[in-house]
Each structure stands twice: as C-alpha cells, then as structure tokens.
Design a protein around this ligand. Structure first.
Ligand code: TXA
Ligand code: MG
Length: 339
C-alpha cells in the first residue's frame, strides 16, 4: 500500500487536518508525540486497532495506550478515577505519564488485550494534541516501530520501519524526551511503576507518596496478572548484538578496548578520547536527559557500522537514567557487565 507522507511541524499544517480526517475514517497514521512517534487509530474502532497490531507485527496480548487531549475524554474510558490519578494528572498532564486505570466496557477489548484495565495518557506535543482534537476520538497508539525494534524518535525511523504498511505518517521534528512515557498502575488500590520514563519515580513520589517498582523494570522476571505485558518481549534491539557495560569512563573504556571481536562503543561524549574502536555517541553521562533523547537513534545507527557487538556505556539508574537503563537492559537481552 502507499503510505501518505504528511507535514506536521506545527498544529496549523494542512497535514494535521488530513491525518485527523484519516483517523476519523478508520485509517492508521503515525503521529509525533513528545516521547516517541506513535502509530495511531481510533480507540473505539476494533478493526483499525487490529490493523495497528498487524502493521507492527505486535503480539495481541500486549495492550495499547489510549491518548486523549483533554480531561473530559477520560471519564468514558474508565470506570473509576482514583484520587491519586487526579493528583498525578494535575501535576504531569499533559506530559509523558501513562496511568493504568479500570477500563470501561465502551472500549473494545483488543485495545487492552482483554485486560480489565486501560492505559491512558495526555501527550503534551501540540501536533499530537491537535490531531486528537480534530479527529474527534481518543487515539490508541503504540510506538510506531516494528515490534522488537528501537522506538522511533524521528520521522525517518517510522519510514524505515513502516512505510508501505500504514495509511500515513505525520512527519514532524525529533521527539523531545526520546524514551516512552512512564507507566503507573493505579487500579485496585495499587501504586506501581510498570515502566520508567520521562516522569521519574522521584517526581511521582513527591505527589502521591511511595510508589512500588515492578520487578520487571530491572529484571527479566514477570510478576503475574496485571503487570506490564510489554516488558516480557525482546525489545528495542538493533540487528547488532548489544552488551551493557556499567562503570566509570576509564573502566568502561578498558573493557571495550580489550575486546578482540569487531566491536563498537555506544558511549558518552566524554568517553571518546578513551576509546580505540568506532563510536556512536548518545549523549553525555553528566545529563541523563541527553541520554534519553539520543539512545534510540544511537541503537539504530550502530547497525550501519557492521560490527559484531556494540558495548553500551550504562547510564546511572537515577532520575530519567532509570528509563534509559530499563530500555538498554532489554536491548541487551539482559547481558550486563559490571566494571
Ligand atoms: O510514550 C509512549 O507511551 C508512547 C507514545 C506513542 O505515547 N507509546 C508507547 O506505547 O510506548 P507502547 O505500546 O510501545 O507501550 C505501551 C506499554 C507496554 O509496555 C504495555 O504493556 C503497557 O504500556 N500497557 C498498556 N496497557 C496496559 C495495561 N492495561 N496494563 C498494564 N500495562 C499496559
Ligand atoms: Mg513500544
């Protein structure tokens, strides 16, 4: 099929109106958000949602996030809005926070893969908000990558993965945050962080008190039932084998420089003078926000080097670093070296 490439650099661009009309009419269209590009469909249209799963090659037991542009769109999607959800929405919506709440029967089951909860978020990207508003419906949208690949933070990443498989791509600039939204479970009295993201655990706890960290965030272990189904799949992987290496710049470089295979370093800017192999920089270790912004593009670029293994310098696990570390653990299939 032909995929329409539409311009969506500002909410006033004609492409925004066209994308919204396509979504209203049952189409599936990739749209920019502040985290990563999403592959959107009308959240009430089961046929369109099934096409999203097919285009991505996504397992059908992995539920989608529903995107809204104002508070009034939330009530019909859920059966209850806990006080903590109101507080978090006041503090962080619009923005990179997804809340998992009890699901209403108005939504088709395929949105949430048969679970009795639904994940909802209100993005802050003005183009995303304009598309949701003009389409007249909440939009179910997973990240707009082929399942298993690094999430798309640039329009070109979406083209590389999905051109010819979806109705349209609303092309905009690079995504500001660069890792997907924080996902917190708030159904059934829980306060559990399922996926770390741009809104950090520390920021959540400042508003609603202690938040549990789901086991799946830092291990391959999956807790039963309601924890985040997405965490069990191999994820974010370039074709190149990835190994995550923790340690100071010197310790990291010493390990990488001793490697006898053909290798590359996915590293911090400040590591470059220490390394003797090809490098892909993903930010500076002094600022986790730069690492979040750059990581998925770096994982895609490393394949062009044609090496056997990519050694990624691990970020700290604090602040947004936890989100980056969580994605890298999966990109590396949990192959971690501590130095
Ligand atoms: O930033 C983002 O969240 C991006 C943009 C496009 O908004 N979207 C995104 O969607 O990352 P996706 O489908 O790649 O990831 C959704 C995550 C998965 O880990 C999924 O398992 C989890 O949210 N999730 C969705 N619904 C859930 C539910 N009802 N219960 C638990 N986890 C859920
Ligand atoms: Mg995804």
């Amino acid at each position: 099929m032909e995929t329409l490439h539409l311009r969506g650099c500002s909410p006033l661009d004609d492409g925004v109106k066209k994308a919204a009309a396509m979504l209203h009419d049952g189409g599936i269209v990739a749209i920019p958000t502040e985290t990563v590009y999403g592959l959107a469909a009308n959240a009430y249209d089961a046929d369109a949602i099934l096409r999203v799963f097919q285009a991505k090659g996504r397992p059908q037991d992995n539920p989608l996030i529903v995107h809204i542009c104002d508070w009034d769109q939330l009530a019909p999607l859920v059966t209850e809005i806990p006080d903590d959800a109101r507080r978090l929405a006041d503090a962080f919506w619009p923005g990179p926070l997804t809340m998992v709440l009890p699901k209403s029967d108005l939504l088709p089951d395929c949105v949430s893969a048969g679970l009795d909860t639904v994940a909802v978020r209100m993005p802050s990207n003005p183009v995303a908000r304009a598309v949701i508003r003009q389409s007249g419906c909440p939009l179910a949208a997973p990240s707009a990558n082929l399942s298993g690949r690094p999430s798309p933070t640039a329009a070109q990443h979406v083209i590389d993965d999905l051109d010819g498989k979806i109705d349209g791509i609303l092309m905009s600039g690079d995504c500001e945050v660069g890792v997907e939204s924080t996902v917190i479970l708030l159904a059934g009295g829980a306060k559990r962080l399922l996926r770390p993201g741009g809104v950090t655990r520390e920021m959540l706890e400042a508003v609603i008190g202690p938040v549990d960290l789901d086991k799946a965030v830092l291990s391959a272990e999956i807790t039963g039932g309601v924890s985040s189904p997405g965490m069990k799949y191999k994820h974010y992987s370039p074709a190149t084998k990835v190994t995550l290496v923790s340690g100071s710049g010197d310790a990291y470089a010493e390990y990488v420089n001793a490697c006898s295979d053909s290798c590359a370093a996915v590293c911090f800017q400040e590591d470059i003078p220490l390394l003797s192999c090809p490098t892909v920089v993903y930010g500076t270790g002094k600022d986790e926000l730069t690492l979040a912004h750059g990581i998925f593009d770096a994982l895609r670029r490393v394949d062009a080097l044609g090496v056997q293994v990519a050694f990624v310098h691990a970020p700290s696990k604090t602040g947004v670093g936890l989100a980056v570390y969580n994605r890298l653990l999966r990109a590396a299939a949990f192959d971690v070296v501590e130095r």
